[in-house]
Design a protein around this ligand. Structure first.
Ligand SMILES: [Zn+2]
Length: 437
């Protein structure tokens, strides 16, 4: 790739600085999760997190540090959801209103429910007219909750009961549309409640009251850069979203990603004179509301995006060894990872998949080659807790965040300095609809 002897000297220095930097990682991770807490787009937590990231970028000596504000439709929980079983017996059932689900009238909706299984198009079509005026009940295992929500609304359902798939009376949240309110309400119900309703079958009856609303708001992306010395207009982007859902401090999803990004910036800062091309770090806002920050960033910087040679996204990253890169619809990138592996003197894994549900996607739509931080999962737990109250930082191993930041910094260094970067193409047209993780 580049001058291997020089890079290996920098590698050693970056690795040593990462080992010494665990306290810095702890400060940023716990600052985001414990001091600020949930960072739901358009709330005080969201604003405080953006300010903290901006201060951190400044403290680390990045240049061009600024916030890129944008308007969006915020969803406010209000009093949330109350679900009651009316028939065959009266009782309160736990339920959690999901972002961008609609409110009900104050007295709520009384209706029966129809089990649509996994929520696949075929299952929804099969229920036909039965869904009209009823709640749709699903375990959601067919795929994207937003697609299920939209199909159920089109089929005339009055709301969707999205069942969780893990035992323990747990809720899992997630937006049910991208940046706008769904025409019908949406609640998450624990696996045990889903199972109960499936056993009762029709003609049971439920009452659902949801108090929530949408309103115009603003949020932002936070940007900082290390400018290239030879080709400053040519850019490598590293991104990760800092917002979370309101149910938890979003430790794994995605305080982890944004902490690793800040640490990679800190590790690279002493070597900025060695960077031929610019590395731009972007902490995206409102990813959980439908990739709103990354879509805005790409729209607002069309010219600059054309000069992005690579975008590395860090959202719920894998943090064990061997580290790796998971490309998005770019099989041709495999030799690149093999080359990086040889150059860095460590095993790296390559993966390639279709993935439209995070902030790399708007870049991909512009033809930019993108990858996520992949590889082995490591000892940090939390993967299974994303979008849940249990997504807390106690499950994370701080050394793994430092180690991953060191890996990321060394990859970015090489991508920024590679004079033989190949002109890669995506595997096929990638114009499918994007949506949130
Ligand atoms: Zn995420």
């Amino acid at each position: 790739m580049t001058d291997t002897g020089k890079d290996s000297k920098i590698d050693d220095a970056i690795k040593a600085a990462a080992v010494d930097g665990v306290d810095e990682v702890a400060r940023n991770l716990f600052g985001l999760c414990d001091v600020i807490g949930p960072r739901f787009a358009g709330t005080d937590g969201d604003r405080l997190a953006a300010e903290m990231i901006q201060r951190t970028f400044e403290r680390y000596g990045l240049t061009d540090v600024h916030r890129e504000e944008f308007p969006f439709t915020a969803w406010r929980r209000g009093r949330g959801a109350q679900l009651r079983l009316l028939v065959p017996r009266e009782c309160v059932l736990p339920a959690y209103a999901m972002p961008y689900g609609a409110a009900t009238v104050p007295d709520g909706i009384r209706a029966s429910w129809v089990d649509i299984g996994t929520g696949s198009p075929a299952e929804i079509a099969e229920k036909g007219e039965l869904l009209r005026g009823a709640f749709a009940l699903t375990d959601g295992s067919s795929g994207q909750r937003k697609d299920i929500q939209r199909r159920c609304a089109s089929a005339g359902a009055v709301g969707v009961l999205h069942g969780h798939n893990t035992d323990g009376m747990l809720f899992k949240t997630g937006s049910v549309d991208d940046g706008r309110e769904s025409p019908i309400c949406a609640v998450n119900i624990p696996a045990e409640v889903l199972a109960l309703l499936r056993r009762i079958k029709e003609p049971g009856r439920l009452q659902l009251v949801v108090d929530c609303f949408c309103e115009p708001s603003t949020t932002c992306n936070v940007i900082g850069a290390l400018h290239g010395t030879t080709y400053p207009d040519e850019v490598v982007v590293m991104g990760g979203h800092y917002d979370s859902h309101d149910i938890s401090p979003g430790a794994f999803d995605n305080a982890t990603g944004v902490t690793i990004m800040m640490e990679a910036a800190r590790l690279l800062r002493p070597w900025r004179d060695q960077l031929k091309r610019t590395i731009r770090f972007v902490a995206f806002g409102a990813e959980e509301m439908g990739l709103l920050g990354s879509h805005h960033h790409v729209r607002a910087n069309v010219e600059a995006i054309r000069k992005v040679r690579f975008m590395l996204n860090c959202d719920t990253p894998c943090m064990g060894r061997p580290h790796g890169l998971g490309f998005h619809k770019c099989a041709a990138a495999e030799p690149l990872v093999q080359q990086l592996s040889a150059d860095m003197g460590e095993e790296l894994t390559f993966a390639n998949r279709k993935h439209n549900s995070s902030d790399h996607y708007p870049f991909m739509l512009q033809g930019v080659i993108t990858a996520g931080v992949a590889g082995k999962s490591g000892d940090s737990r939390g993967t299974g807790f994303y979008h849940m109250a249990g997504d807390t930082p106690d499950k994370l191993v701080l050394q793994e965040l430092s180690d991953t930041a060191s890996f990321v910094a060394r990859v970015l260094l090489r991508v920024a300095n590679d004079d033989n970067w190949p002109a890669l193409q995506h595997d096929e047209c990638c114009g499918d609809a994007g949506s949130t993780s």
